[in-house]
Design a protein. Structure first.
Length: 72
């Protein structure tokens, strides 16, 4: 999965539970969802006293969208 490049264990569990590795269209859908979710996550972080955990998540997502993981 695109959003777990540093957690192959999570990717493996997801694929196992989903029943297969994601195909190109599914990976594309995950990237699109991340792009949609990121501004909302930033807004939540700003609304909740600059929640650093959420801001970190949003930064990671933006970085991964700019520089996709070729493995995921």
């Amino acid at each position: 999965m695109q959003l777990t490049p540093h957690r192959p264990d999570l990717r493996a569990v997801f694929a196992s539970g989903y029943g297969h590795e994601l195909g190109a269209e599914e990976r594309s859908a995950c990237r699109a969802w991340a792009a949609i979710d990121c501004p909302a996550a930033l807004r939540r972080a700003l609304d909740h006293h600059r929640d650093e955990e959420v801001i970190g998540y949003a930064r990671t997502v933006l970085d991964l969208l700019r520089h996709p993981n070729p493995v995921a």
